[in-house]
Design a protein around this ligand. Structure first.
Ligand code: ATP
Ligand code: MG
Length: 391
């Protein structure tokens, strides 16, 4: 029996005239994600996309696993594609869904007929298929309101498609349809989640990481690579820019008041990031900040770090979330176990004992007069290293 994957693209269907751009990007993303699995045909009609293996060797289980992570897909199901003839459809439905039918207690049949030339209408298809299922599975009862199993029969141009319950997709918008943004990524729990959340809204990601060797180790950077590799399973490839941060941090330590270390450092991060992001064609910065999580994330502190960003919006998708909620997502997207590996981050290297929690922009500007801000940034930006990360 020929098997295909049927996708519903949810939110995309709402996009009116832009729909085709969104669908085309989604198909492009899927093709890229499945390119090594063999020859596959992608057929779109209304708000569904059919993924049809042409090559017998295509591993449909693996294709399904990967497609579950692709943003822009609301729901997906594996289905049997059979000849449009009730003598074929009925036994195929009983056979293809045998296991699900065996384990369910209640079911209903839903039929859709986009090929209006098909001799039976939808209620008739439901009656016939439902009747045959009941004959073969006397333990089942029909429940039209809240069935455990929904058997779908869709009569389309070339085939009749039969499937059971749909699996929820990753949702969101296809990556690339909302432009590109740069995630400031540490090795922590928050920033990979922030990256995932914005990729879900259709943003293609670049990443920026500040490293302070020898205070931070090569293994700390490898942890960031690992985190991005996991995020890239959803977002597609990510270009990572590693910024040498040691000299800037030492200068801050030697010349600025201790209670302002973290904020001066974060202002340097934002300044460097904005320049790198603009250079890479990004239209926003993304951070994993959340109000009140740490001293550098009070409203006043955020005001101080934001004050140095001139041309780009800063997206903070976790701003109103509790740590518990962030952890729940990080477990779901499999970044949690990587994040909790105990490697140092440059933020923790020179942490002041008593950071100022209600800083004023003026106090920071004054502290920074002791530094050659532009010179330090230029020096860091002339020694960038780029790493391409695939999922
Ligand atoms: P995370 O779990 O993301 O590390 P955090 O709670 O430890 O977050 P901070 O260390 O205050 O928060 O950092 C806040 C944000 O600043 C991070 O979410 C991240 O976006 C950015 N950031 C922190 N350290 C780095 C770094 N070394 N390189 C790039 N960005 C960083
Ligand atoms: Mg951190």
């Amino acid at each position: 029996m020929k098997e295909v994957i049927l996708l519903k693209n949810g939110e995309l269907a709402l996009k009116g005239l832009n729909r085709h751009t969104f669908e085309n990007q989604l198909i492009k993303n899927m093709k890229y994600r499945l390119h090594d699995l063999g020859k596959i045909r992608y057929v779109q009609s209304q708000s569904t996309i059919m993924v049809e293996p042409i090559d017998e060797r295509v591993d449909l289980d693996e294709a399904f696993r990967r497609l579950k992570l692709v943003f822009g897909i609301a729901a997906l199901s594996r289905c049997a594609a059979v000849e449009k003839n009730m003598d074929v459809i009925i036994p195929a439905a009983c056979e293809y869904l045998k296991e699900e039918l065996m384990f369910a207690k209640t079911f209903k049949v839903v039929a859709k007929r986009s090929d209006k030339r098909f001799p039976l209408n939808s209620p008739q298809i439901c009656m016939e298929v439902g009747g045959a299922i009941l004959d073969e599975n006397p333990h089942l009862t029909v429940d039209v309101h809240n069935p455990e199993l929904v058997v779908s029969v869709e009569i389309r141009d070339n085939y009749a498609y039969i499937h059971g319950n749909q699996t929820k997709g990753a949702g969101g918008m296809p990556v690339g349809t909302s432009g590109q943004a740069a995630i400031l990524i540490s090795g922590g729990i928050d920033s990979p989640v922030a990256a995932w959340m914005m990729a879900k809204r259709g943003l293609k990601l670049s990443a920026i990481h500040f490293a302070s060797p020898p205070y931070t180790s090569q293994r700390a950077e490898m942890k960031v690579h690992q985190l991005l590799k996991q995020v890239a399973k959803y977002s597609g490839d990510i270009n990572l820019c590693v910024v040498p941060f040691t000299h800037i941090q030492e200068e801050i330590k030697d010349n600025c008041p201790e209670d302002l270390f973290t904020l001066v450092m974060r202002r340097f991060m934002m300044r460097c990031s904005e320049r790198i992001a603009l250079d890479q064609g990004c239209s926003a910065l993304i951070t994993g900040e959340s109000v009140a999580q740490v001293a550098s994330q009070t409203m006043q502190a955020i005001r101080c770090t934001e004050a140095v960003v001139e041309d780009l919006p800063v997206f903070r998708p976790l701003i109103g979330m509790d740590k518990d909620e962030v952890i729940e997502i990080s477990r779901k997207i499999d970044t949690f176990d990587i994040s909790i590996q105990p490697y140092e981050d440059c933020c923790t290297v020179f942490t002041p004992k008593h950071p100022r929690t209600r800083p004023q922009v003026k106090a920071l500007e004054e502290a920074e007069t002791a530094l050659d801000v532009e010179g330090l940034i230029d020096e860091a930006l002339s020694n960038l290293r780029f790493v391409s990360i695939s999922g």
